[in-house]
Design a protein around this ligand. Sequence first.
Ligand SMILES: Nc1ncnc2c1ncn2[C@@H]1O[C@H](COP(=O)(O)OP(=O)(O)OP(=O)(O)O)[C@@H](O)[C@H]1O
Length: 235
Amino acid sequence: MKLEFKNITKQYDKEIILNNISLDINNVGSVGIIGESGCGKSTLLRQLAGIENPEVGDISINGISPITKKKQFQEKMGYVFQKHNLFPHLTIRQNILLILERIKKVDSKVAKDTLNNILEQLQLEMVSDKFPSQISGGQAQRASIARALSTNPALIFMDEPTAALDPILTKEVLKSIIGLKNSGIEFIFVTHEMEFLKQFAEYVIFMHKGNIIESGSVDILNNPTTDMLRTFLDK
Ligand SMILES: Nc1ncnc2c1ncn2[C@@H]1O[C@H](COP(=O)(O)OP(=O)(O)OP(=O)(O)O)[C@@H](O)[C@H]1O
């Protein structure tokens, strides 16, 4: 992907959360954002994903701005967050079909074929007629990933998709995500799972108190150049 952002500043209640940060990278695969709790990772992800706008700054991902071309931008992206955001009154199948038929306006035969492929890819066939409250947290999170896939995105934004899961379900979800990456989708994601980060990211952004302290290929995890990143990794 090509990811550029310049002078992003974001405040909440007059507190500066992102402090004039910039980056310009090209031809990197998936990008992982790491740092202490509260350093601004999710806030950065929300600005990059077009969910919020920064007070100051420009952003462009693969040549499109999430600020000035929001609709066009979001149509091409997928989103997976800490807690699943499935509609509770719809089955898993209906949750995905809704996106395919109503939002993407795919005809119903194509929608059903696409749906079946996605359910198979994420091993959700067995629970497809259940409601979100009737399935496990890991299955619900996989269903959110399935829903994100239904827009056929080249890029998925992901904010700690396993934060609410136990270790076994975490493994299950991470395995599914790795499968997607192998099929060519790229990710910009926030994680606390260092092993997953090492396996999954090609590029790492390390943040501290609203600043980018260090960024580069995953090798920076083996050879940090700042004490801050070294200390963070030693924890
Ligand atoms: N909508 C909001 N309104 C006010 N303050 C917010 C809002 N969202 C985040 N913050 C504050 O911004 C700071 C950064 O939050 P953010 O969620 O980006 O951190 P994070 O690095 O993702 O943390 P974590 O790893 O714990 O998820 C925190 O102090 C948080 O309380």
